[in-house]
Design a protein around this ligand. Sequence first.
Ligand code: UDX
Length: 476
Amino acid sequence: MEEATVAHVLVFPCPLQGHVGSMLKLAELLALHHLHVTFLNTECIHNRLTRFGAIEALLECYPTLHFKTISDCYNEGQHPGSRDNSMGDITLSTTLHAKPLLRQILVSENPGTPKVSCIIQDGIFGSLAIDLASELGIRIPIIHFRASSACCFWPYFWIPKLFECKELPIRDEDMDRMIRNMPGMENLLRCRDLPSFCRPSSQGNMSMDWVALQTKQSLEADALILNTFEELDGPILSQIRLHFPKLYTIGPLHHHLNVTKATGILSLRTVFFQVDRSCMAWLDAQPQGSVIYVSFGSSTIVKREELMEFWHGLVSSKKRFLWVMRHDLVAGKGNDDRIPAEVEEGTKEKGFIVEWAPQEEVLAHKATGGFLTHSGWNSTLESLVAGVPMICWPYFADQQVNNRFVSEVWKLGLDMKDVCDRHVVENMVNDLTDHRKEEFLRSTQEMGMLAHSVSPGGSSYSSLHDLVQYIKSASQ
Ligand code: UDX
């Protein structure tokens, strides 16, 4: 058996479900390779994971995995990613709160634990670790990890060039104009498929400039990790490698972990919400491929009118559906943000509502035949691995680009971007599950096979091995 090494990796995610979930999976994979790993969480996130049993289970499983927490400015009713906190606010305040502890961790000596010899930081924090290491005069590898897709990382990086060649800024009337000047993606993205902050209507402090700056700062990192695999994103990865030669593609991370551990589905581990498993018994009672799973991830907010359009469309399609309705899914104040009684009542005949589902298990269930999704990157990968076709209704950030790739490049589903109409929902559900069912069955099965990149000999398997060797050799 492989011995524990002197390599000690500090892993630091942005405190949002999609980021913490994927970076924790990375931390588990590193611990499985016997590296010491310290996972840095905000208190709010740590408390949530503790409450739902994740921390205890992880500590029991991985003797070389440890947790440290930084204080944050959120309380329980105000979890990061909720409507009150923009991505920019979260990132800024986390960075600020993290600095003193990071300094302390980097210089401290603890008997029995090797000194931190590598930092894997969420790329969204920009130059945080690089600046700190240089301030302290420490020379260790600093690796950036992006929780979002490769197909979105590339447009993020290319934003300044799009300005130079006058493809940006865009006006409201430009939404269907093709973007021509992006290597590897020429005439593929319409303006509406660009990351959401490129839109004229984009608000908040996660601005285009800020995203472009953070992405550029990854050039100063020693390496970059992306949660994808060569067979999925080869052409884009060749473009990215021209600028980021030390690139590790080790995804799909959840699949990689499940295959490596060979213990089945582990999605209960990193939940921020109480999982309602009652939907599994309901799914067991449904015919094969008959259910549309509806979930918009951890932070999408829908207007009440939009919720009603989706609901009417699903009901009219006469298909069964399982819908994740978080308590904070619907926009509004007071009682306006409640799930309307007619929806709860009217769903009973053909559908089932839960506040949070064991998503990986739901997607892998034989009754699940389609996924109405917000195109978050983790959800996209989970659907792809499970071979479930998607109807994409993206909300923000990378999701617009992911959606375009799902429908136009990988042919794994349909694009419902910028439309929320009950007839469109009904038609798309019927296209996905009836009229175009065979076509999607073929493409999802083919893609599911490619995701075996995580098995021994596959591209992601080798890339993870290379990453571990790199970290170990830099720690000697
Ligand atoms: C965010 C961004 O939206 C996403 O685009 C980015 O790439 C990563 O961070 P989020 O919006 O939460 O994440 O979506 P997604 O990336 O799809 O992650 C959601 C996770 O929650 C998935 O792993 C999914 O399995 C899990 N989930 C969701 C559940 O376990 N149960 C549910 O009921 C819903």
